[in-house]
Ligand binder design. Sequence first.
Ligand code: FAD
Ligand code: ZN
Length: 468
Amino acid sequence: MTTLLLEALTAAVGATHVLTDGDLAGWEQDWRKRYRGKALAVVRPGNTAEVAAVVRACAAHGASLVPQGGNTGLVGGSVPDSSGTQVLLSLSRLNRMRGLDAANLTLTVEAGCILQTVQETAEAAGLLFPLSLAAEGSCTIGGNLASNAGGTQVLRYGNARELCLGLEVVTAQGEVWDGLAGLRKDNTGYDLRDLYIGSEGTLGIITAATLKLYPAPAAVMTALATVPSMDQAVALLQLAQARLGPGLTGFEVMNGFSLGLVRKHFPQLRQPLPPSDWTVLLEQSDTEGEAHARALFEGLLEAALEAGTITDAAVAESLDQSHTMWHLRESIPLAQAEEGLNIKHDISLPVSSIPAFVAETDALLSARWPGLRLVNFGHLGDGNLHYNVQAPEGQEAAEFLRDHEHAVNAVVYDAVGAHGGSFSAEHGIGALKRDDLAQRKSPVALQLMRAVKQALDPAGLMNPGRML
Ligand code: FAD
Ligand code: ZN
């Protein structure tokens, strides 16, 4: 069976693009190094027709497929299991820009295009593709859409779903659905596009997408502010929304411990403000220009200082300083990794519930695990926190995770549920949160999801064991 399948795959994409020997670790291990599998083969088709041929070959031989873009996903969804029977389908060679329509504000790209390249293509035309996240140098549009990625500009422009107008998909049967419409209105039946977005490779393979572009802002400006409490961080968000309206494009929060880890592991990174329990990063995009943006920021921050909402602030004087501020924020996950293994949470809550959630959950965790360290940061403007947990100082991290990860998750996710939140805001389910989904999603929702899976992938060959 294996030999026949490998022959069929070779016929589909050519021998040089079917890899079975050598070091396949780059494809078989996930970014966090928490999952490591063994692929029957890594297959690298070069266009949509070849993807369809690969899917048909796998279907004919009953082999399951794991699609992979940049392999930066954080929930173990993009690597094969350890059976040695799954075909890893890499989309990285589908990397053509198919066309930019400036009047329609759309860009059609293939799934393997790197996010940063897409941003640069839009920029070269004086336009903006606003999806932005720390993995943008290596993640792909296909992966972004398959996981409905969020990032740092969701507050203003929405997540990947809201930035996509149409898709091209290879179905589980190996047919091509051309839904590459650049339409902002289309009510002709069920929204197939929205079914595939966020489906994490479990329903079909995304091969291309028509993306929404925006006019580029005249100026983008960043500021940092220290706030005395999470309550005041939420108050600052309200004030910023009221004063800047749609000009507020980013609102990130970082607790003192997370910036402390950045200070410890990356001492060369200058931190413009002194340590504080909470620091907020604000980003403003202005259609008029830098002077206008600066005046708005200064007015906002002065009012906030007077009201006691913030204790200190620094507005970036240059693009360089803006980058440094973002670099601080984006270095938190890396500093945390330097500090040792940790438990990651990607939760969302109504913004209004966040102060109570943080106070209660911090207290519950510290009471049960004295000395536990909380690396709490994230996209406060979207109600999305990366509420991460580091073992108490002096305790072996791997041991702590082995013994307590499950219980820590239960405390956090119970609290999230009690406040009407979600246990996966932007990273998805993958292998990591599959049991949580089964346990925490309502039975009716699960039944509907299984019905969709059964209808679109009756043989269960598309990324099995992920999500459901
Ligand atoms: P992969 O990791 O290759 O795949 C992700 C999932 O999509 C897998 O289930 C895979 O099977 C499936 N898939 C991939 N391509 C396709 C396709 N063409 N068709 C069908 N299914 C497919 N995520 C956020 O949402 N916000 C963040 O701010 C953020 N920051 C990050 C920062 C860092 C440093 C890192 C490492 C990751 C971050 N992530 C973030 C997670 C991750 O980068 C994103 O989810 C990204 O969208 C994944 O893209 P990828 O191409 O790497 O996909
Ligand atoms: Zn995030």
